[in-house]
Design a protein around this ligand. Structure first.
Ligand code: ADP
Length: 526
């Protein structure tokens, strides 16, 4: 039966748990894939936002270039008006520190400093010369674009001044192509020009930050936040060392995905635990049902055996007597005795079963009276001594002289003791010795029924008090029984607030000790 149960357990495990495990792992890996896709989409969206800020900054500077173009065109014949107009332009754009005009040979530079800065003429004209000189390829590229009628803005890498950014484009000055440069303060440009745009894009949902990658200085950020945590960064087109970064304000997409992943893992773990618990529950129930079915069938076959033997004997001897085949009175008496013994045996079996089922249903009534174990055992032995002798048993009886009274149903206690004595007879094998002892301790009066028989293995000692349980090894196989005797003894003991204890060594014998509370006149307590 164990094999079948294990097989069922294994099948259940495979049927229920395997799909759960497969589903869990599939979900787990697909969530990583989802995470990658979400991150990719999210990354693209962030790029689009950063692109729009870059585009905006280029549009702004391009519009400035248009205005400067227009000023140059308007003042072609009036150089002093050119300066006035450019200074007025600078007045209204205070992120621009300086505008310069240079011809293709990088000579005859005209410099228009902002009225908001301290201007050092010598240093700056020198600086313009140097910066244009070091950016010849860019300048020649601008000329190529110009030929294709396309005006482009180019930021120059500025190794010369500390912070300022130089953006150049080509313009027409008195019929000649000149280089026009706008020197910007990137911090002011970010704060004054880009910030409104950034704020309208960020909408309190994103943190957008402009950073000087070289120095780590934050040029502008729409909210307070550690800039180094903003990992999603792109170059700021017009500021060579600048980058623009973006971050989802409340939690990053990684955190969102991770929290989703974590809750998924928790849910799946709980689900798996409940599945395992479910499998275990179903398995335990099936096991119990199978065991019960086995017990039932064992019980039916055991009881049938138990009933068949006495019935066969009774019918055989009754028939023999009925047919008048027995002539000697001795023989007749012997046959009557056998019939009466077997009828008693039948009665006991039927009583055991009936009493067990009454007890199970809680319907057994007890007739409690003050009595003592010595008188009960005396009564039993009066009728049982003969039976014991017949079976070849020697009895050693050790009764406590001043035995304490108990409050008990004599019939029930007798039934329990007869069961114990019967067992001692059944499970003694060849060592036919029975020991009965009464006594008391602080709280209990007790009676011990001991034999030198086959004994009970340690692992079976608790189980033998369970309903229908019979030890299925060794000698016991040959002895018939219902498996209800000890259950009944235990039930009777418990109904008297007493107990049954077993002390046994396999192969050496067993001692059953039945204990009842000492009667102190208080029927409630007992
Ligand atoms: P039954 O005797 O009808 O099988 P019991 O409930 O009286 O049922 O006993 C349960 C089992 O306990 C027995 O099958 C037997 O294996 C074991 N047992 C009971 N009494 C003894 C004993 N005195 N010595 C050894 N084994 C015992």
């Amino acid at each position: 039966m164990n094999n079948t149960v294990n097989k069922i357990g294994l099948i259940l495990l495979v049927i229920i748990l395997l799909p759960a495990i497969v589903l869990t792992s599939y979900q787990f890996f697909s969530i990583s894939e989802d995470e990658r896709i979400i991150e990719e989409i999210y990354g693209n969206q962030l790029n689009a936002i950063l692109f729009s800020v870059n585009q905006y900054s280029e549009d702004v500077v391009s519009e400035w270039a248009d205005q400067i173009d227009e000023i140059i065109r308007d003042t072609e014949n009036n150089p002093s008006l050119l300066r006035t107009r450019i200074v007025s332009f600078l007045n209204s754009h205070n992120s621009i520190n300086l505008i310069f005009l240079a011809d293709s040979l990088n000579s005859g530079n005209q410099v228009f400093p902002s009225p908001f800065i301290k201007y050092n003429e010598e240093r700056n004209s020198d600086f313009i010369f140097k910066i244009l000189d070091s950016s010849r390829t860019i300048v020649s590229r601008l000329y190529n674009y110009k030929k294709a009628d396309y005006r482009k803005l180019e930021p120059l890498v500025n190794n010369i001044t500390d912070k300022d950014v130089v953006i150049i484009f080509l313009t027409e000055n008195k019929g000649l192509t000149s280089i026009c440069g706008i020197m910007l303060n990137p911090k002011q440009f970010s704060e004054q020009v880009l910030s409104p745009k950034i704020q309208s894009i960020a909408q309190n949902e994103f943190i957008i930050s402009i950073l000087n990658e070289n120095t780590g200085e934050i040029l502008y950020q729409n909210a307070n936040f550690p800039g180094e945590l903003i990992k999603h960064r792109r170059p700021l087109w017009l500021v060579p060392e600048g980058t623009i970064g973006i971050f989802l304000k409340d939690s990053s997409i990684e955190e969102l995905v991770n929290s989703k992943k974590n809750s998924f893992i928790i849910i799946i773990s709980l689900l798996t635990v409940s599945l395992v618990a479910g499998v275990w529950f179903v398995f335990a129930n099936i096991k119990k049902e199978l065991k019960l079915a086995q017990i039932k069938s064992d019980f039916v076959s055991n009881v049938s055996h138990e009933l068949r033997t006495p019935l066969a004997l009774i019918s055989m001897f009754a028939e023999t007597l009925e047919m008048g085949r027995v002539n000697s009175d001795d023989k007749k008496n012997e046959y009557y005795k056998i019939i009466s013994q077997e009828t008693n045996r039948l009665g006991r079996i039927v009583n055991t079963i009936l009493n067990f089922s009454k007890m199970e249903a809680g319907k057994r009534k007890f007739n409690f009276i003050e009595t003592d174990l010595n008188s009960i055992i005396d009564n039993i032995l009066n009728t049982y001594k003969f039976h014991l002798q017949n079976k070849g048993f020697t009895l050693s009886l050790d009764k406590c002289e001043n035995q304490k009274a108990i409050y008990a149903d004599e019939e029930a206690v007798s039934e329990a003791l007869i069961n114990l004595i019967d067992n001692a007879i059944k499970y003694s094998g060849d060592k036919k010795e029975l020991f009965i002892k009464t006594g008391f301790d602080n709280q209990y009066s007790f009676i011990e029924i001991a034999d030198k028989g086959i004994g009970v293995k340690e692992e079976d000692q608790k189980k033998i008090f369970d309903k229908f349980y019979r030890v299925h090894t060794g000698l016991v196989h040959n002895v018939k029984g219902t498996g209800l005797g000890l259950t009944l003894v235990k039930q009777i003991a418990e109904n008297h607030k007493g107990s049954i204890e077993l002390n046994s060594k396999f192969g050496k014998g067993s001692t059953f000790k039945l204990k009842f509370p000492i009667y102190n006149g208080n029927t409630e307590k007992n």
